[in-house]
Design a binder for this molecule. Sequence first.
Ligand SMILES: [Mg+2]
Length: 183
Amino acid sequence: MRRWAVRGKAVFLDRDGTLMVDVGYCSRPEDVRLLPGVQEGLARLKCADLSLVIVTNQSGLGRGYFNETAFWQVQQALDAQLGPGLIDAVYFCPDHPDSPSLRRKPGPGMLLEAAQDLGLHLSESYLLGDRDSDIEAGLAAGLKLCGLVFAPGAAPNGDRRVFAAGNFTEAANRILRDVAGNG
Ligand SMILES: [Mg+2]
C-alpha cells in the first residue's frame, strides 16, 4: 500500500475492466493495456482536485496464481502508461471469494480504509467501476456518485447515486459536472 498526504475528495477506481483491459488475473506487466479515454479522463479528474485511488479485488493472490511482487510490477506498468504521479494510492484485496471479507468488493472495506488513511470525505467522493460489485461497494461506503463504465445500456439500479456511461470520457464528464455543481 502506498500512502500519500491526501485530503479531500476522491475518485475510487476499479482497475481491471475500468482502467485497463481485463485479461483475467493480470500478473504480467506486458499485459497492461489502458482502455480508451482513461489517461485523459484521469488527468482531467485530477485537475479538478480529486484524488485518484485504485481499489482492486485481486483474488489471484488468494488463489496463489501470482504473488504481491507481480501485483506491484503490474501497477508499475500501469503507472508508467498513465504517467507518474497520476494515481495517488492503491488498495488491493487478495481475499479468495469463498472467504468472508469486508475488504473484497462488494464490501466497502478498502474504501473505508483509504478514507481513514488519506483523510477523504466519502460523502463527497466518487467511484468508477465496470461491475455491480464496484457500485455496491461505493454505495455501502456512502459515496456521492458511482458510475458503471463501459456499460452501454446497463440500467442503473434505480438509486440516484448510480449512473451508467458507455465510455470513460463520458463517465469522467459526469463526475466533473457534479464537482462543478451542475450534476
Ligand atoms: Mg473490474
